[in-house]
Design a protein. Structure first.
Length: 100
């Protein structure tokens, strides 16, 4: 009886694992979008992360970053410069190029 119960539990776990794997494959298919509402390849195509963009702006301005947001293909970074002015700088997520 114990052996039969153990085998049933093993079969049930195997089936459950197969269902989970199938659901994950459908969720992250190349044609679909992820749970967050964006295609996984969009994030993978980026060469500059938000943290890297923040570091780029800090080095370029010598200021303190107040806020940083991911806007898709670019990052919006608000910085307090050494002279006390607040600037908004945009950093391209592909190239790392900055613009005001």
């Amino acid at each position: 009886m114990k052996l039969l119960t153990s085998m049933c539990a093993l079969v049930a776990l195997t089936l459950l694992a197969g269902l989970c794997t199938s659901a994950q494959a459908q969720r992250w298919s190349a044609e679909g979008t992820g749970a967050q509402g964006f295609a996984p390849r969009t994030v993978a195509d980026r060469r500059v992360t938000l943290a890297q963009a923040v570091a780029i702006v800090q080095r370029a301005t010598g200021g303190k970053v107040l806020d940083a947001k991911d806007l898709g293909g670019q990052y919006r970074i608000k910085v307090l410069t050494r002279s006390g002015e607040i600037r908004v700088v945009y950093v391209d997520a592909q190239t790392g190029a900055m613009r005001d």
